[in-house]
Design a protein around this ligand. Structure first.
Ligand code: A3P
Length: 328
């Protein structure tokens, strides 16, 4: 069977163990559900429970992304924009939860729900307006989110940089004392669409199409644009969220609070860990927070990928994005 093609025909009633499987990077078990590769722990029963039971509120804000496209940055930015942190002084650390918490702890992720009984936890207790995240493709989101008027902010990134970022990330915590996973194999897996919550290109296209269909509800951001014009993009983000900035000073403060340089040096991000029950192959070990902060640049792929790899990914991207008006 060709595992590169999304299988929109996967019968929903099939239990996860009867759906196509892959051991991603020879370490993380994934299965293919409705054309997307999901972590084994997020089985079909759990997905169904989340889809049926999760109750969105109209003033919720959902942040959505594939892996390694700038999720951590987006979480920090939206968290600052939506809370009073943005009004504090530069050196006011009292109200700044980012000082003691990794952005992933401030903005919980839907796909980290790990029990069919606990689908509303910790979301039901959150005061409105709630801010949460999902790596889910649009097609897998709960209907309640799709049918509400909640806003969705999506962040995408150049596929080659996304892949290189993912390669560093997994090498750091899946293979801490081993040689890096062969990059050729990582590229092959990416190009066959085997990417957690991917295929990458289909994930991006789904949200891109929704952002064109409902621009008032879905904001489509690009990591490269945020790097190129942080002030302009963050203003656009804040306005979309209905929280425009008072002045330039506020914009600068938020950018500083969320900057890679600052977050990376905080104790919590140097030595803390994040526990992701359904995602990690060895969940008890956790993922070091430091793995979420690396270079934060555009074009690092040039330092890693061979010409053949570049051509393979570029060709795939051209083919997939053809006619969509999307470029990354
Ligand atoms: P690199 O590995 O290319 O450096 P995600 O948050 O979706 O896991 O994506 C991780 C990528 O975003 C990493 O890219 C990481 O360095 C970068 N990143 C994390 N925090 C950032 C920030 N505050 N500003 C800019 N980039 C950030």
């Amino acid at each position: 069977k060709d595992s590169s093609q999304p299988e929109n025909s996967s019968p929903e009633s099939l239990p996860s163990h009867q759906l196509p499987e892959e051991l991603f990077w020879e370490a993380v078990p994934l299965y293919q559900h409705e054309g997307f590769w999901l972590p084994r722990g997020l089985d079909t029963q759990l997905i169904q429970a989340i889809q049926e039971q999760f109750q969105a509120r109209d003033d919720d804000v959902l942040l959505a992304s594939p892996m390694k496209t700038g999720t951590t940055w987006l979480k920090a930015l939206c968290y600052c924009i939506m809370t009073s942190i943005r009004e504090g002084d530069d050196d006011d650390e009292v109200g700044d939860l980012l000082v003691k918490n990794n952005p992933h702890d401030c903005v919980p992720s839907l796909h980290l729900i790990n029990s069919t009984d606990g689908v509303q936890y910790p979301f039901s207790g959150m005061p409105s307006p709630r801010l949460y995240h999902a790596h889910f493709p649009y097609s897998i989101l709960p209907e309640s989110i799709k049918n509400s008027s909640c806003k969705i902010v999506y962040i995408a990134r150049n596929p080659k940089d996304t892949l290189v970022s993912l390669w560093h990330f997994y090498n750091k915590f899946l293979r801490p004392n081993q040689p890096a996973f062969p990059l050729e194999k990582a590229v092959d897996s990416f190009c066959r669409g085997v990417f957690r919550f991917g295929p990458f290109h289909e994930h991006v296209i789904q949200y891109w199409e929704e952002s064109k269909r409902m621009p008032h509800r879905v904001l489509f951001l690009k990591y490269e644009e945020l790097i190129r014009d942080p002030k302009g993009e963050v203003k656009r983000l804040a306005s979309f969220l209905g929280r425009p900035f008072k002045d330039e000073d506020e914009v600068e403060k938020v950018l500083w609070r969320c900057s890679l340089g600052r977050l990376k040096e905080l104790e919590v991000n140097k030595n803390g860990k994040i526990f992701v029950p359904v995602e990690s192959s060895d969940s008890k070990k956790g993922i070091p927070n430091s793995a979420y902060f690396r270079l934060g640049t555009v074009g690092d792929w040039k330092n890693h990928l061979t010409q053949d790899m570049v051509e393979r990914i570029d060709e795939l991207t051209r083919e997939k994005f053809e006619g969509t008006g999307l470029s990354l």
